[in-house]
Design a protein around this ligand. Structure first.
Ligand SMILES: [Zn+2]
Length: 582
């Protein structure tokens, strides 16, 4: 008795047995059932995805003694001869080795001949059809243009883009999917069970991943592994037989990165080389491992991973401590390594450098995180400074805290959600939301609010309470208070308090502008009414100063902001800095 290799023995014989291509097989079955089969099909998809197998099943479906039937019997003479590859009605041509015009011409001559069976079909399966020469394609095209009623062409290709459009347009096109490792492992498990082979899931996945989407390759590899290890196969045996690196190596590599343990990293490479492992293979594996971690990080790893259940869970927990951005940076480093590793003289050295680079990598800290930390720090400091004074002022509820005004994007005075704190005055004094207010101010329409001089807060009152205001400000923010020392209240009108700064204190003025909301909050608590604050520069040198018109002033401020790169702007704001020289 001769041994039949698994790929042949377990070749699907019915549409149902074709793995992972039901979108094709169901459609074909429906077409056969309805008697609406086309004259030419194009099956495209990666190698080993079941194109030729499906073509043969379709041939049986049409020529079976029970047929045409969506479920060929596989027992009648027609079915059996097709399964054996001896049917005179099914011709398989490998275009890779028969790519010339002569072959296609002789094919055309054969097409004219009838079929061996009445009502039967002649089925031509042309594999790797993209390999045909242009002349051969032309000859094929003529045949496709006027095919005899009993002839069906099934063209198969892994490279659809190399098939001329004139051919494509005459075919019904089916896309075969790459078979996932999950599906391949599942099919291998069924085969192993029926063959009486003992093999754990981990080992099946090792084979499936190595087969890279090709079922036929996976079955050949299973053959190879069984030849090596016998009927009881372990994952270890698969690794040894196929030269697959232990997944554990990659987990240990990322462990070393996480622990910043350079010794562990170098030992790992030592071990890899000692076992005769290939550096390029390791780089590829590590890249895939990092990609798996990233997928876990982004979508939890329920889909998109070619891993066994155990490895999937392991990846998920392993990915946890890595920030997404760090994984992306690591992938960049390893993918550079993987790209270059084939060309370098000392691949081991390059691997070591890359791994040490990963280990030395500082974790990414986003600007937002930094700013948040800074905000928290500031709040804590503020609390500590304010506590001993026991100020009778109501402790501010946290939602009324100013929008962190040092954010690069959020201009404090543009957030309408930030309501003024509860005022002692009747609600008519509460200014409208900021956005509207600004709009009306720009349109310079007469304000509906009575002038402030006739209202409860006049310049006089502000002057009287100025020291108290400055004191409160200092209690909450020393730097803000220090800058405010340079200011003098100059006017109150239209619910706006204008604070004058001497030209030499331009920097203080701009600082107050940036922290305006904070200042306004404190002033509102002292005065019992909320006033908008505008900082005005006073004194000579008008050209070098920002305009005193508040609207222009604001625009000028914005302009200087946009001139400076956002990152620089952020640094400036965090450290209360200014640019000395550009
Ligand atoms: Zn049959």
């Amino acid at each position: 008795m001769s041994y039949v290799v698994m790929a042949r023995k377990w070749r699907p014989l019915t549409f149902e047995e074709v793995v992972a291509q039901s979108h094709v097989t169901v459609t074909l079955q429906n077409a056969v059932r309805a008697g609406r089969t086309a004259h030419a099909y194009l099956f495209s998809g990666p190698r080993g995805s079941g194109k030729t197998t499906t073509a043969r099943i379709l041939a049986k479906a049409l020529n079976c003694d029970q047929g045409p039937t969506p479920a060929p019997c596989n027992r009648c003479r027609a079915c059996e001869s097709i399964n054996r590859g001896t049917s005179p009605d099914v011709l398989e041509i490998d275009a890779a080795s028969n790519r010339g015009i002569d072959e296609i011409r002789s094919l055309r001559e054969k097409v004219i001949l009838g079929v061996s069976k009445q009502s039967g079909h002649k089925v031509y399966i042309i594999d790797e059809v993209h390999m045909l020469t242009p002349e051969a394609f032309n000859a094929l095209l003529k045949t496709l243009e006027e095919p005899p009623a009993h002839v069906i062409f099934i063209l198969a290709t892994t490279e659809r883009h190399r098939v001329p459009a004139t051919i494509l347009s005459r075919c019904q096109h089916f896309f075969f999917r790459r078979i996932s490792s999950q599906d391949i492992a599942g099919q291998l498990a069924r085969i192993a069970q029926q063959e009486g082979i003992e093999i754990p899931e981990e080992a099946l996945f090792l084979i499936a991943r190595r087969a890279d989407g090709a079922m036929r390759d996976a079955q050949s590899l299973l053959d190879q592994v069984v030849a090596f290890a016998g009927m009881s196969v372990t994952a270890e045996a698969v690794r040894e037989a196929l030269g697959v690196l232990d997944q554990d190596l990659f987990f240990r590599a990322t462990d070393a990165v996480l622990a910043k343990n350079r010794t562990a990293g170098l030992n790992l490479i030592e071990e890899l080389i000692g076992q005769g492992g290939d550096v390029g293979e390791f780089a590829r594996g590590l890249l895939e491992h990092l990609r798996n971690l990233l997928v876990c990080k982004i979508q939890g790893g329920d889909t998109g991973l070619d891993l066994s259940e155990a490895d999937r869970l392991r990846c998920r927990t392993h990915a946890e401590p890595f920030p997404e951005q760090d994984l992306q940076r690591m992938i960049q480093i390893v993918s550079d390594l993987e790209r270059d590793i084939g060309d370098v003289i000392q691949p081991r050295l390059h691997l070591e450098i890359a791994l040490l680079k990963l280990i030395a990598m500082e974790p990414v800290v986003s600007i937002d995180d930094l700013l948040d930390r800074l905000d928290r720090l500031e709040e804590r400091l503020r609390g500590r400074l304010a506590a001993p004074e026991s100020v009778p002022a109501p402790s501010r509820p946290s939602p009324a805290l100013p929008e962190p005004s040092n954010r690069p994007h959020a201009q404090a005075d543009e957030s309408p959600a930030n309501q003024p704190p509860a005022s002692a005055e009747p609600s008519s004094r509460v200014p409208p939301a900021r956005g509207e207010e600004n709009a009306s101010a720009r349109a310079s329409t007469p304000s509906p609010v009575p002038p402030a001089s006739s209202g409860p807060v006049s310049l006089e009152i502000v002057r009287q309470k100025w020291d108290e205001i400055v004191g409160r400000v200092k209690a909450e923010s020393i730097s803000l208070g220090a800058h405010l020392d340079h200011g003098t209240p100059r006017a109150v009108a239209d619910e706006t308090l204008r604070v004058g700064f001497p030209a030499r204190a331009a920097f203080s003025a701009s600082h107050i502008r940036r922290k305006k909301r904070e200042f306004e909050d404190i002033a509102a608590r002292v005065l019992g009414t909320r006033l908008r604050v505008e900082c005005i520069l006073e004194g000579s040198d008008a050209e070098s100063q920002p305009s005193q018109n508040p609207g222009e002033e604001q625009e000028a401020e914005q302009e200087t902001k946009t001139e400076v790169a956002p990152s620089v702007q952020t640094v400036l704001q965090i450290f209360d800095g200014e640019i000395l020289r550009r």
